[in-house]
Design a protein around this ligand. Structure first.
Ligand code: SF4
Length: 882
């Protein structure tokens, strides 16, 4: 019998979709979109829809550990407190640091921030959101005087023109993209995509501007001038709500005096730029949405302000269907900003530059050791760890050994740090592997609190599963350490509701309308009210307040004179340009169906098979110059590190650039960690690292064989120089390659296999080997080693691992042929995760049935009729196949 449904929130991206989870009482749950949630109205993307596949306890950290040995909570918490106290007493508060995460709930975030900044007395707390949206925060604060997202998701539906800048919305915020596509179908919303890559979001665009990496600020400077030239800037109206326009125009004129200059700097045709300017000028209802392509830059803050300048100049802000819109990557990046969990913030959108804020927060918290200035931002924080200035580092819910640039350097820093404490859900993590003390945290589905999405909407995450093992809530773990440090009175919370009320009260404390973040209307919620809290957009200033859809429609910015500020922008190229030694500029980002460092999405078979190994997209000319074939292996080298990945030759990639995913790590690949290549250049204002412009060179990797291994049990270190691991239903899939004799490779794999009946096949030339292991009638391993580029489609073999019953005689006989019969056709890489429809089958059916549109594919195969995340790729496939 199933339990009652629980309304909660998706733990992946910043769209913040509502979910209805129905626990099955066996540790799992059925997952569906919440029709009543205003972010998604029942929709889910492929990642959200597959959440039910990520709930297993495989790989979980279930108990605290010291030195790799299980201990009780008292021992673990005492050890953390003793370690922090010792570092504090010997070296001062600056020797302590916390590195936290946009995966945390707001209540967890609040307690961590309060402990270190108010009670330990160290400003050294930063969050992995620094890698994601710090430039937006800084740009907002320069322009608005506050970190405020002015608009809401409904603006995407009410706009006449949506401009996506550095955002592959179709993959990275899929449900918002679906809302946009529905609006486009209903009333013809125009769409412009500004991105060096031709991404899935371009499939429906009216115009794609494939500009040179880093030239966004130049393009928007040109747009500002063009709007002025066309008389669309009403100076009197602007002066009433903003200041500094003339300085911004002067800077823009210097950078982008005319179309040829912009075209030369952006690498675009003048006609395309003019078309974009026409579209922008002709539509008042414009949303400019931007994301990591803007933020992750050494000039990210200026890029943000170049966009904000354009909207401020035409008053297109805070009104229905118009405004700049920062898309947050993580589920609770906004919550972290709200509590002050960035190194340059204090608490509740108060910072060190606000006179009186430090004393205000000190008095509110009764803090004995309030910090008085900012701490180091993420990249700098780990540099201080490497220098030995930070002696005790507590990492909570994040994986910096994979996600920070120069990740080899970060690993060395962690290895040298005297005390590394990691609170995490998983035991498999490159960072957890380096911890002296491991603290087992609750995962999604088990924890309780709030998150805030990109449109300032606070939603509840509610527990629908019991805590496994001895996992505990992050707020509880931090509070227990605080008590052991002698701060019990300030951390004596009964539950997340207590923390939320305190957080809400602080937001309204001595506020009086001076600060944008004010949810004091929620400070009086009782436990029942907190439990039942429905999604609401801040500010919420009174207990009967319904929330705030938009801000700044009539001005009212959070500056001294309540007017916004134009920021003069001088466009700058990436910090490290390409040169003869490193001629390709690498851009890093996400796959559609993976998330961060794979700890959650890597558990889902239907997500894993859409991208089972790290792939580097290259333009055909660049691949040819480097003698790289599609589907071959490439070693990428930068001045800071190296990685190996599969080659994907694609004309969507502009010449001279490459794209690689951020997800792979030591747990899932032999060397696919893309951030090993990254450098430490950061934006001087926001401190955000430049993850999208890394000069690299390409080298073909010579191999003699490739292997596909399907294994019931996870293999920690496959015996191959190259390997990648992906989950399947009832098995793990290893894709591997190496040099030497194939027979030796088979023998090496065979040595890792469990006992059982072994069936083997070797072709006459000795180049293709297959080996199957059957135990008690069930298939437990199947391996093929073959010449490069001659993979066998293993769809049918994989299906045998999902069978509850023993193999039939016919299946046993067919194992080494790898197909059930002559009619078994290849599936190919999975495109539709919901219905497991592969590229090869899609092409075949499109051709055979002469299908001409996406609904036709849906009718034939179901693809595209589930979450809809694959629809942009189906469109591309149709265009390529017909
Ligand atoms: Fe989750 Fe997808 Fe919604 Fe993002 S768009 S919150 S990943 S379901």
């Amino acid at each position: 019998m199933t339990a009652a449904p629980v309304r909660t929130t998706c733990p992946y991206c910043g769209v913040g979709c509502g979910i209805v989870a129905v626990p099955d009482r066996c540790g799992g749950a059925a997952i569906a979109g919440d029709p009543s949630h205003p972010a998604n109205f029942g929709r889910l993307c492929s990642k959200g829809a597959a959440l039910g596949e990520t709930l297993s306890l495989e790989g979980r950290l279930l108990y605290p550990e010291i030195g790799g040995q299980r201990v009780g909570w008292d021992a673990a918490l005492d050890a953390v407190a003793d370690g922090l106290r010792d570092a504090h007493d010997r070296f001062g508060p600056q020797a302590l640091a916390f590195y936290v995460s946009g995966q945390l709930l707001t209540e967890d975030y609040y307690v961590a921030n309060k402990l270190i900044k108010g009670f330990i007395g160290s400003p050294n707390l930063d969050t992995n959101s620094r890698l994601c949206m710090a430039s937006s925060v800084a740009g907002h604060r320069r322009a608005f005087g506050s970190d405020t997202v002015p608009g809401c998701y409904a603006d995407f539906e009410q706009a006449d023109l949506v401009v996506l800048v550095g955002s592959n919305l179709a993959w990275c915020h899929p449900v918002l993209y679906q809302r946009l596509m529905a609006a486009r179908a209903a009333h013809g919303t125009r769409l412009v995509v500004i991105d060096p890559r031709r991404t899935a979001s371009c499939a429906d665009a009216d115009l794609h501007l494939g500009l040179a990496p880093g030239s966004d600020a130049l393009l928007f400077s040109g747009l500002l001038i063009e709007l002025d030239r066309r008389g669309l800037i009403d100076r009197a109206a602007v002066a009433a709500t903003a200041s500094g326009l003339e300085h911004a125009l002067t800077a823009a004129w210097a950078a982008a005096p005319d179309l040829p200059a912009i075209a030369a700097g952006c690498g675009l045709a003048t006609g395309d730029i003019a078309r974009f300017f026409d579209l922008f000028a002709q539509h008042e209802r414009v949303v400019t949405a931007y994301s990591q392509g803007v933020n992750q830059s050494s000039s990210g803050t200026d890029k943000v302000n170049a966009i904000l300048n354009v909207h401020l100049s035409t008053g297109r802000i805070g009104r229905p269907g118009m405004g700049p819109f920062s898309l947050t990557g993580q589920p609770n990046a906004m919550g972290g900003r709200e509590v002050g969990a960035l190194a340059n913030q204090l608490a509740a959108h108060m910072d060190y530059g606000d006179p009186g804020a430090i004393d205000r927060v000190r008095r509110f918290w009764h803090a004995p050791a309030i910090v008085t200035g900012p701490g180091p931002k993420a990249v700098e924080l780990f540099e201080r760890v490497a220098q030995g200035a930070i002696k005790a580092l507590w990492i909570i819910a994040t994986n910096p050994a994979v996600s920070l640039p120069q990740s080899d350097f970060v690993r060395r820093a962690l290895d040298a740090c005297p005390l590394v404490v990691v609170s995490d859900v998983m035991r498999w993590s490159d960072t957890v592997a380096r911890a002296h003390i491991r603290l087992s945290a609750l995962g999604w589905g088990e924890k309780d609190g709030t998150v805030t999405n990109s449109e300032r909407r606070i939603s509840r995450q509610r527990a629908f599963l019991s805590p496994p093992g001895e996992a505990r809530a992050d707020w509880w773990i931090i509070s227990e350490v605080a008590k052991r440090l002698g701060f019990g009175a300030a951390f004596n919370y009964r539950g997340p509701g207590d923390i939320f009320r305190e957080h809400a009260a602080l937001s309204g404390f001595e506020n009086g309308g001076a600060r944008d973040f004010d949810i004091s209307g929620l400070a009086t919620l009782d436990d029942a009210g907190y439990a039942a809290l429905t999604p609401v957009q801040w500010p919420v200033t009174t207990s009967d307040h319904a929330g705030t859809e938009r801000l700044f429609g009539a001005g009212g910015y959070f500056t001294d004179d309540r007017r916004a500020r134009f920021v003069p922008v001088t466009p700058r190229p990436p910090a490290h340009p390409t040169d003869d030694d490193f001629p390709i500029l690498l851009n890093t980002g996400r796959e559609r169906d993976h998330w961060h460092t794979l700890n959650r999405s890597g558990k889902s078979p239907r997500l894993a098979l859409c991208a089972p190994e790290p792939q580097i997209a290259l333009h055909p000319m660049d691949a040819q110059r480097a003698a790289l074939a599609d589907d071959g292996l490439v070693q990428l080298e930068s001045r800071w590190g190296a990685t190996v990945a599969r080659v994907r030759v694609s004309a969507d990639q502009s010449c001279g650039t490459a794209f690689g995913p951020m997800h792979w790590n030591d747990q899932f690949s032999s060397g696919g960690r893309i951030n090993a290549l990254g450098h430490s250049a950061i934006d001087p204002v926001s401190g955000q690292p430049e993850l999208k412009a890394i000069p690299v060179r390409l080298k073909a990797v010579a191999i003699d064989w490739e292997a596909t291994a399907l294994l019931r049990d996870r293999l920690a270190a496959p015996p191959a120089s190259y390997w990648a691991l992906a989950s399947g239903i009832g098995h793990w899939r290893v894709l591997a390659a190496g040099s030497g004799e194939p027979a030796a490779a088979v023998a090496a794999f065979a040595a890792t296999l469990p006992p059982g009946e072994r069936l083997a096949l070797q072709d006459r030339a000795g180049r293709r080997h297959r080996l199957a292991v059957v135990e008690q009638g069930r298939l437990v391993a199947w391996i093929e080693v073959a010449p490069p580029g001659t993979h066998t489609d293993v769809t049918w073999i994989a299906s045998l691992f999902a069978k509850a019953a023993a193999l039939t005689d016919a299946e046993r006989r067919a194992l080494l042929a790898a197909r059930a019969g002559p009619s078994t056709a290849p599936e190919g890489p999975i495109v539709c995760a919901c219905y497991s429809v592969g590229r090869a089958r899609l092409r075949r059916v499109i051709r055979e049935r002469e299908i001409g549109d996406v609904p036709g594919i849906g009718a034939a195969l179901g693809a595209g009729t589930g979450c809809g995340s694959c629809i942009p790729e189906l469109r591309v496939l149709l265009a390529e196949t017909i």
